[in-house]
Design a protein around this ligand. Structure first.
Ligand SMILES: Cc1cc2nc3c(=O)[nH]c(=O)nc-3n(C[C@H](O)[C@H](O)[C@H](O)COP(=O)(O)OP(=O)(O)OC[C@H]3O[C@@H](n4cnc5c(N)ncnc54)[C@H](O)[C@@H]3O)c2cc1C
Ligand code: FES
Length: 350
């Protein structure tokens, strides 16, 4: 653990390992008593774990499959990726009693509060954030929910029993449709369309999680059903290429006032006025000035560092996660933002 991640990195104890399917395990995780306050989360968010894989430690994100309002402990669910370092290590070696280093929960893939009906489309391990969101929505609101869940075959279906229980408890407003590749082949937009509500309302929101090609098919089906593009949100599962637990690169030198913008940054209830060097991304500017900002990948693809730009303009080096709707309402990635104005206001409210 490094100084910069010290306040966001904590040891979690594996309380239980649950075999979900032949290819997937859930790890039930507990934070030490004095760290619990750092592990409050919203349904749909993820943990970034440091996994001591065979050829050296790697950082990987895993969505929380537990429910923030109903479960005492945290839970992540890991599906084997063929040839993958971390997923196979966890499926083969995770045992109750071991500890794993984890960054605090992060991510912007969460249900927007509204009264509209919701559609979730998941494939394989993409069910992980989705089951947490569905449970939260059913517990905390009266919204109607449709889940379309695609898998290779029946034995690959993660949370089959839990979904059956949820259906029994909420059959008036939960609909679950399974798509099994072993029986129906690869899904097409036309075939998935038949599993969606016949006439979704104008405000219906959809949340997609699965392989990119599957999400493209699901997005086309939703488009055919009349769900507005700006209400379709995606979570992309990729492996981090960098060490999320490492310190950021130090700033190249003291930038002069002329080379810096001025930013007002609201974060965790505090307001900071910082000098933001023009060649430095916002995340590094904050961390270098001792301000504890959230991040995981630092590559523009996980959304952990998302903030809302209230004043000024930035350019982003990479953006693999924010959609047009989020960009339109001012959401930006701190790990990719360079200042284009002299004065900016950034609020970490995601
Ligand atoms: C926000 C977020 C949430 C996520 N949530 C979950 C979740 O809930 N559950 C889940 O199971 N996963 C989740 N993931 C994915 C997870 O983080 C990992 O990407 C996944 O477990 C695979 O990691 P791995 O180390 O096993 O595979 P990796 O070692 O990263 O390998 C991935 C693939 O690339 C291939 N590969 C690796 N190195 C090379 C190379 N040098 N050349 C060619 N091919 C190579 C491997 O063979 C493998 O097929 C999430 C990711 C993100 C970003
Ligand atoms: S830290 Fe992942 S997008 Fe910025």
């Amino acid at each position: 653990m490094t100084a910069s991640t010290a306040s966001r990195s904590h040891e979690l104890t594996v309380v239980e390992v649950i075999t979900e399917t032949p290819d997937a395990v859930s790890l039930v995780l507990a934070a030490a008593h004095d760290a619990r306050e750092h592990f409050t989360y919203q349904a749909g968010q993820f943990l970034t774990l440091r996994i001591p894989a065979t050829d050296g430690a790697v950082s990987r994100c895993y969505s929380l499959s537990s429910s923030p309002s109903a479960d005492e402990h945290l839970k992540v669910t890991v599906k084997r990726t063929s040839g993958g370092l971390a997923s196979n290590w966890l499926c083969d070696h995770a045992t109750a009693g071991m500890t794993l280093e984890s960054l605090t929960p992060a991510g912007a893939f969460t249900v927007r509060p509204a009264e509209s009906e919701l559609i979730f489309v998941a494939a394989g391990s993409g069910i992980t954030p989705v089951i947490s969101m569905i449970r939260a929505v059913l517990l905390q609101s009266g919204r109607r929910v449709t889940l379309v869940y695609a898998n290779r075959d029946r034995e690959s279906v993660i949370f089959a029993a839990e979904l059956t229980e949820l259906l029994a408890a909420h059959d008036d407003r939960l609909t679950v449709a399974h798509w099994l590749e072993s029986e129906s082949g690869l899904p097409t937009p036309a075939a998935l369309r038949t599993l969606l509500p016949a006439a979704p309302g104008a405000e219906t929101a959809a949340y997609l999680c699965g392989p990119a090609a599957f999400m493209d098919v699901a997005a086309a089906a939703l488009h055919n059903a009349g769900v507005a593009r700006e209400h379709v949100h995606r979570e992309v599962f990729v492996s981090l290429a960098t060490d999320a637990f490492a310190a950021p690169e130090p700033a190249a030198g003291n930038a002069s006032a002329a080379d810096s913008a001025t930013a007002t940054v609201e974060i965790d209830g505090d307001t900071h006025e910082i000098s933001w060097p023009r060649g430095e991304v916002l995340l590094d500017a904050l961390l270098n000035q001792g301000i504890d900002a959230p991040y995981a990948c630092r590559e523009g693809n996980c959304g952990a560092c998302a903030y809302t730009l209230r004043q000024g303009e930035v350019s982003m080096r990479v953006n693999d996660t924010l959609d047009d709707y989020e960009l339109g309402i001012g959401v930006r990635l701190a790990c990719q933002s360079l200042p284009e104005s002299d004065r900016l206001t950034a609020v970490f409210d995601r």
